[in-house]
Design a protein around this ligand. Structure first.
Ligand SMILES: [Zn+2]
Length: 151
């Protein structure tokens, strides 16, 4: 469903590690920004999709980093009572968070329909439009959705 609306698939193919690189699929989508006043403006969102192996690798890297910090924290007196379990739990959360993230936004650019400001939006986490963002200039709430969803 999402791939039907794909504009561009810029993907650098190489003979080295081609199977590893094929695990991440990049795409750009033409979107609409709906403003507070009902006006619309254009936006372009670039995303990267992760297959099962890529999600597992990303999750394990985050888990290993958090648990390595937990091991270092064992040697900090008194603070280790909350730092060690904290980083162990944080590692599990990071693993879960990266495991369920199938598509992530790498770049989102658009014009605010209310104030006309051209800007890059900060969108983290799993990509599942429609997505609510805030204008960096006028601070109004905007809804980012596929260009043909109102047609
Ligand atoms: Zn604005």
């Amino acid at each position: 469903m999402v791939r039907d609306r794909c504009l561009v698939i810029p993907f650098g193919l190489s003979t080295i590690n081609e199977t590893v690189r094929m695990s991440n699929e990049r795409a750009a989508y033409e979107m609409k920004l709906n403003g507070y006043s009902g006006a619309q403006a254009d936006a372009v969102v670039s995303v990267v999709s992760f297959n099962r192996a890529a999600r597992l690798k990303r999750g394990l890297v985050a888990l290993a980093a958090a648990w390595a910090i937990a091991v270092v924290c064992v040697f900090i007196p008194v603070a280790h009572f909350f730092l060690v379990p904290g980083f162990l739990a944080l590692g599990a959360y990071f693993f879960y968070s990266r495991w369920v993230t199938r598509t992530k936004v790498t770049e989102a650019n658009g014009t605010c329909p209310d104030c006309g400001s051209q800007q890059a939006f900060d969108i983290g986490g799993n990509w599942n439009p429609p997505h609510r963002v805030a204008c960096n200039e006028c601070q109004r709430s905007l809804v980012l959705e596929f260009a043909d969803s109102n047609a």
